[in-house]
Design a protein around this ligand. Structure first.
Ligand SMILES: [Zn+2]
Length: 207
């Protein structure tokens, strides 16, 4: 039911770039777990973020204080598992650095957390008279977290785990699922870390 999508992010240096996290649960980390800043300070922040996600929510969103706190716990669980999965590649050093920089806010007992949130009902799909697809409004915080947790269970129990990657850019900790056919995606975005690497390589050659 998921739509392929990219999100426009702003890096610490102010550069805007498009990023495709590949899947909903890793996209959810963009609320603050993978960059050294936090977007979720109160329930309204999560309510504002949910329509930006690839879930395709256009109607009203309602997030309670409890759901807001739950969101951070679920995010920590997804992050811990994603870091672990990305670590099996050549990012060991960076994962350690990410943890040292306080990026890692992993939740204890992550699998139990995924199960807990997935147990809540997910958003209810609806079809309009024009056959457009959407979700019954309002989408609640717990429905959204259920969708994230279900996506995470599919990801972390499935055979795409070795496709969970951390961007190869220096000091870039963006995590994504490589859904490309060759499976050779290395960068958060070619416009950002990919280009920087190209420039660096070129400079090395010219020296
Ligand atoms: Zn990057």
């Amino acid at each position: 039911m998921e739509i392929a999508s990219t999100m426009v992010l702003t890096g610490g240096d102010g550069q805007r770039f498009r990023f495709d996290a590949g899947t909903l649960c890793l996209e959810f980390l963009l609320t603050g777990a993978v960059e050294p800043w936090e977007l979720l300070h109160e329930p309204g922040d999560l309510a504002a973020w949910i329509p930006r996600s690839r879930l395709g929510v256009h109607g009203r969103v309602a997030v309670s204080q409890a759901e807001f706190l739950g969101a951070k716990r679920l995010r920590g669980a997804v992050l811990g598992l994603a870091l672990e999965a990305a670590r099996s590649h050549d990012t060991e050093e960076k994962v350690v650095a990410a943890r040292a920089a306080g990026i890692d806010e992993s939740t204890a007992a992550p699998y139990a957390a995924l199960n807990e949130f997935a147990a809540a009902p997910p958003p209810i799909p609806v079809i309009g008279d024009d056959r457009s697809r959407g979700w019954a409004a309002p989408v609640t915080g717990s429905q959204f977290l259920s969708a994230v947790a279900r996506d995470a269970i599919e990801l972390f129990s499935g055979d795409r785990l070795d496709r969970v990657r951390m961007c190869g850019g220096e000091r870039c900790w963006l995590l994504f699922l490589d859904v490309s056919r060759p499976g050779a995606r290395r960068w958060c975005s070619m416009d950002r870390c990919g280009n920087r690497q190209k420039l660096r390589t070129r400079r090395k050659i010219m020296k």
